[in-house]
Write a protein that binds this ligand. Sequence first.
Ligand code: BG6
Length: 478
Amino acid sequence: MNRFPNNFMWGASTSAYQFEGAAHLDGKKSSQQDIINKLNEEKYGFANAEITSDHYHHFKEDVKLMKEMGLNAYRFSISWPRVLPDGTGKVNEKGLQFYNDLIDELIRNKIEPIVTLYHYDCPYELVKKYGGWLNRQIIYDFEEYCRLVIHAFKDKVKYWTTINEQGIIVQFWTKKCLIDEKDQKNDQLRYQINHHMNLAHAIACNLVHELVPGGLVGPVTGYSPVYPASNRPEDVLAAMNAHDLRNTFYLDIWFKGQYHKAAMTYLEKQGLAPKIKEGDMELIQKSKSDFLAINYYRSDCACASQDTDQLRFMGINLTGEKGKIDGYETHPGFYKMCKNDKLETTQWDWAIDPTGLEYLLRDIYTRYQIPLIITENGIGARDILTDDFKIHDDYRIDYMREHIRHIRNAIDYGVEVLGYCPWSAFDVLSTTNGYEKRYGLIYVDRTNQDIKECKRYRKDSSYWYEKIIKSKGELLDE
Ligand code: BG6
């Protein structure tokens, strides 16, 4: 196949708190991300979430630029505290109006809206009231929020995604959720949050099917295939363990309605398993996801771990200097993540692996036989705005070209891929590195400290992507 299917969605992605700004304007109250990013500002000097890329005031110009790039889809999220500032109860009409105007503008420009219901920004009022996702009450409040927005946009939005990257939330929970210090040592709560999210996801799927004529809904997974560090059987087994706990554990619950046996057994042994109430599994089994949205940036690598190793959920490089990762995720006796010395990395130590994308698309499709859509994929870099307002991001073009080629291969092998939405349409506030690390196809002129006017400039990658979209992928091999 040279050309991608005619109905292939060529899009790009953002999320509300990383892009909109207007964090306390027109009735919006704080989300937990407003608080978390205020702390990041104090601790690391990164930008806070107050203005970010100011999309709230630039949305018409932004849709125009998307149109110029040739996008026929745009994946974004709705901010819960913008439409329900207290999390429940009184609706903020101005908030709903903003999304209504944005969606209308997209539709006028023939850009398919793909809406994510939750991208890390739980209303702060619910965190103060009962601890946010730690408390089962959130399932019912999330239902109220979902009913409100799904009903409001049911005639305009066909594609819905529920919760962004539950697996990443488990790993990086204090970055994605505001967790009280007294709870931070209780790792079981990570999986309890995830269980609440599974229930919330099931309810959101039911609501889309109930309210949206012809509506389709699916979860968003942050997915990295896990390779064994060597051909030692112990490493191969460790890679399978990591794959089960980080990937299949989530996919099985969404698409088979059950917790993965081996992963759950491991969690039970460690005292990390979630408490499941009567009726929970029935609710999960009765809901249906229509497709899987995949965020893919990197593959990972695992090796055997000793029982005496220290439990650790994440490793992160906050400096942007290669090799300065602060450690590796370790589950004692189960697996330990490590560097894959066969792959190049970004400045932040994320392995660059386009083949991994084909591998996971084929693997997931074979196991679950569901349509797939890529809702995030991209390279974080320190882009440079030249004196003549250009951004020569060849590395991003290389990254995207290779990843899209591998999507094409997967389609050739029979995988149903609905679309490709790279991260990100515009530069946004990185979840871990402020504005130092940029992913956008379009540059937003601001820094961590200086907000300037947030002017938009098209990067070289956006012109390249435009060509690829116009040729339906044919020019990939040019
Ligand atoms: C994904 C998230 O995990 O990774 C995005 O869905 C995030 O919200 C992206 O921005 C890149 O991560 P980071 O930390 O480099 O911004």
